[in-house]
Design a binder for this molecule. Structure first.
Ligand code: 1HN
Length: 349
């Protein structure tokens, strides 16, 4: 080889890039910093959705379209930094779903995993692979990947829940499949409460072998969760960032209820002033009880029951409870942990 040529001007670099482009090639050195930043860079913005403000729109959607026509009558919570991308964080989708008395949201299945967190009303059901569960406020219900599911409302009041799905994750893998069931409801093969009795009572059938990574329990009733928090609080062991925080588990292996989405419930005593905290899993909160403030990346959001707020990846936040508060939350933490990516930082490190 001959000696390297003298450094050429930027103009000839541009010409070089143009020629590269035609070959479906591009120079890494122009984008290296953007591709591998020193810390998470996100378009996800901190935001709060007030349920009080959204409620009239949810109601209006109920007059505008039936559950049958809509298939799922949902108002999507669009992250203001990624509007129109149908996501609340970079990796997760969230929406408020309304089902009116007498309606059925028809049976289907898809490779996305879904959670329901009930925010208003009770007496609607979700059926998952042949078993129905009646939903109450604060219940956490899962429909794991590729399970048949339909919803119905046999009560006399509207029921609203927050849907959380891993849609952007499954899309990133291009692994989306979906199928409608020929009837509006999938046949029931087990009595109500069977899964919780069988798998959610500190016992498992002696020869049980799980058929997949998701929890066989598909409703985690709020009454049980609240009672656990209420009993544990007597110990007065408050985490300085989280108060008293529990994670929902698959009772078979202690992993998260679904492999892609981790879910949590926490209690903050009245007057709690949390220390700053950050983690790489952008997190969606749904307020169950109480009232207070979340300071997220320097912006203060006031929260009330049923509000949703979102904390982007690696953005410091702190929780301040003006009233005793109970907060449900979900994130993509389990996948990040599985991949060895998850990090957290407490206080002002
Ligand atoms: C879905 O299946 C439900 O089953 C809710 O209630 C929201 C958003 C996108 C794709 C599927 C449901 C959904 C969804």
């Amino acid at each position: 080889m001959s000696a390297p040529p003298a450094k050429e001007g930027a103009g000839s670099r541009e010409a070089f890039y143009t020629r590269l482009e035609e070959e479906n090639l591009s120079p890494l050195w122009e984008v290296l910093h953007a591709l591998v930043p020193e810390r998470p860079q996100t378009r996800c913005r901190p935001a709060l959705w007030s349920y009080e403000r959204a409620r009239p729109f949810i109601e209006e959607s109920g007059r505008l379209i039936t559950a049958e026509e809509a298939v799922r009558r949902v108002l999507i919570l669009e992250n203001p930094g990624m509007k129109g991308e149908h996501r609340i964080t970079t990796t997760l989708y969230a929406g408020w779903q309304l089902i009116l008395p007498g309606e059925i949201a028809p049976a289907h299945r898809h490779t996305q995993s879904a959670l329901r967190f009930i925010v208003e009303g009770e007496g609607a059901y979700t059926a998952v692979d042949g078993e129905r569960t009646i939903m109450h406020e604060g219940d956490f219900v899962i429909t794991p990947s590729w399970t048949w599911h339909d919803h119905g409302n046999e009560s006399d009041r509207p029921v609203v829940w927050l849907d959380g799905l891993d849609i952007p994750i499954v899309k990133a893998f291009e692994a989306t499949f979906a199928e409608n069931y020929p009837d509006s409801t999938h046949p029931l093969t087990r009595p109500q409460g069977d899964a919780l009795a069988r798998f959610g009572s500190g016992l498992l059938p002696v020869d049980y072998e799980s058929s997949g990574p998701a929890s066989p329990v598909f409703n985690y009733p709020y009454a049980r969760t609240r009672e656990a928090l209420e009993t544990m609080r007597r110990q007065e062991e408050w985490d300085p960032c989280h108060g008293l925080k529990l994670r929902y588990v698959n009772p078979v292996n202690g992993a998260s209820a679904m492999p892609t989405i981790g879910t949590f419930m926490q209690l903050l005593p009245k007057g709690f002033q949390g220390l700053p905290y950050r983690s790489t899993d952008a997190t969606v909160f749904s307020v169950v009880e109480g009232g207070g403030r979340a300071e997220i990346g320097g912006t203060v959001f006031r929260y009330s029951p049923r509000d949703v707020f979102v904390v982007p990846s690696w953005m410091p936040y702190r929780l301040m409870a003006d009233e005793e508060s109970v907060l449900f939350s979900f994130s993509d933490r389990p996948i990040q942990q599985m991949l060895g990516l998850w990090r957290e930082m407490r206080g002002n490190e």
